[in-house]
Design a protein around this ligand. Sequence first.
Ligand SMILES: [Zn+2]
Length: 378
Amino acid sequence: MSFSYEVLKTDPAGGRCGQLTTPHGVIETPVFMPVGTAATVKALTQDALETLGARIILANTYHLDLRPGHKLIRKLGGLHSFMSWKNAILTDSGGYQVFSLSDLRKITDEGVRFRSHLDGSEHLLTPEKAAEIQLALGADIAMVLDECIETPAPRNIAEAALKRTTHWAQRARNYFLQHAKETGDPQQWQFGIVQGATFADLRRESAQQLLGLNFPGYAVGGLAVGEPHEVTCEMAGEVTALLPQDRPRYLMGVGRPEQLADYVRLGIDMMDCVLPTRAARHACVYTSEGRVLIKNARYMEDQRPLDPNCSCSVCKRYTRAYLRHLFAAGEITAAILATHHNVHFYLDIMRQIREAISFGQLEKFASELHARYNIGPA
Ligand SMILES: [Zn+2]
């Protein structure tokens, strides 16, 4: 069996440890997935990602379809081969980027028509097309196309988007299953995405409707887009309470380091966020003592590592003074080193979360994580 998911241990506080098996390796959950938008995690080589222990990364369908194109990637052996990555890949549906990056979006029941942010060319993304592209890319886990709306959203807008999201999920599922019937096992899992904005009853309704489509895993989308953390947690909790225990749950686009354990407590198994990589490029590094803005002049003579408690290769070798100098001088090595540390930091938090669950101490770990960030330097 090429795909499976198994819960191995649950914590009294609500989180669970599990094992997600894919054709490209076994992933211990809960897991954080570094974001590799254009078939690369910015500033990290695949060697570095392997050293860091990344077992799954995320790639963006929208970007890869516009450049270099899914047909070229298929011709070159699929995304794993193209980017020389032997571990697992999850691709998004492209929907979020269409809604956030492109111009002249026109949404109809058929799909979403948009202009590329690269060259202005016109494209139509439908549920079937999003599934087709992700099959061509050869992602281990593919997402269905959903309608993303701006938040806070009025209830009628959220209701309409929810209705369309379910309709699109049905079409994406039909396309995927028909493709599997015609061409054999696609070696891919397709996940549904629960929407419903910040309305608890709409979230429950969306989850119930998707359960009828029997996806092997479920994502919670449209959260962590500006609403308070408590609301994100409340909405995610409404959804996970309804989802089957034996399938993975993925909370899309989260989160800040101190929030990761909160989501795991709600029964979330998978997360992704550009924060550790994007912040690193802006000289913001996450440490066990809080955030460090390494460009600051106060670090000019600081001989300590970025994080004295970190075991990553950057902290073992380089000083804050050196990192500060690289950022001040605009050297590309600055981004490389800071990104390496930040991704290590996130993956290490996930290791600690899994360990805390194995000892039944997730609640304690979660509150310690918040405390560290509340006292840390801004
Ligand atoms: Zn480090």
